[in-house]
Write a protein that binds this ligand. Structure first.
Ligand code: ATP
Length: 216
């Protein structure tokens, strides 16, 4: 479904990515680890079309993805670490969720987004509630890949577990691939079909077991 070949990107003269290759199939959940500063967010932003790489090619179902156009939701969506930075703090939840398209009730239900939050602003939600709203707004009928960039790092273990279970179940049912960026190998073992890591600007298999016996 998505292939990335020979991605390279430098920031401030430092090579962050240097020949990174990645293949993701429809519906699979893949973990991406690597030390802090290794380029996980940079890679996620490039895959989502938010940052142009210096070199390399990304294809989606064999074709180069079209540039983003206002009002047309992209098939690859990037959920950043901080949900607060992803949404307009002045908007009520109903407006955040609309995001150009009417919200899908099945998505809201699966992610536990409650109707009574509709008129609240982001600062009137808990961190876990805002994370759910922020994720729900990214779903649309053409979504092929959801890049989740440390989306649960600010949540407690129980909320983290609940949210990732709901998200991976929803994506599995719709054959949406998930790239789960996290430092936590335990999350990859629990929720991912396989895991990779960034090392020296390339994507490699992590030491030890990289393919897990079951998914979520
Ligand atoms: N706009 C920028 N200007 C300067 N340096 C940047 C910029 N964006 C990223 N970097 C640097 O690029 C490197 C890779 O950053 P990136 O956020 O991709 O790493 P990461 O693996 O996601 O890190 P973390 O796990 O800490 O979130 C870091 O050293 C970071 O400081």
């Amino acid at each position: 479904m998505l292939t990335a070949r020979d991605l390279a990107h430098a920031i401030g003269g430092r090579r962050i990515l240097d020949g990174a290759d990645l293949d993701l199939a429809r519906g699979e959940v893949v973990g991406l680890g690597g030390p802090s500063g290794s380029g996980k967010t940079t890679l996620g932003r490039i895959l989502a079309g938010r940052l142009a790489p210096d070199r390399g090619e990304i294809r989606l179902d064999g074709a180069i993805p079209a540039p983003a156009r206002p009002g047309v939701p992209a098939p690859v969506q990037h959920a950043p670490q901080s949900a607060e930075l992803a949404v307009d703090p002045r908007w009520p939840v109903r407006r955040i969720l609309a995001n150009g398209l009417p919200p899908d009730p099945e998505v809201l239900d699966a992610l536990g987004v409650r109707t009574e939050w509709a008129d609240r602003r982001p600062d009137q939600l808990s961190g876990g509630e805002l994370a759910r709203v922020s994720l729900a707004r990214l779903f649309h009928p053409g979504l092929a890949l959801l890049i989740c960039d440390e989306i649960t790092s600010q949540l407690d273990a129980i909320e983290q577990d609940r949210l990732l279970r709901a998200l991976t179940r929803l994506c599995a049912g719709r054959r949406i691939a998930v790239l789960l960026i996290s430092h936590a190998g335990a999350l990859h073992a629990r929720f991912c079909d396989r895991a990779m890591m960034l090392d020296g600007g390339r994507i490699v298999r992590p030491p030890g077991r990289a393919r897990f016996p079951t998914g979520a």
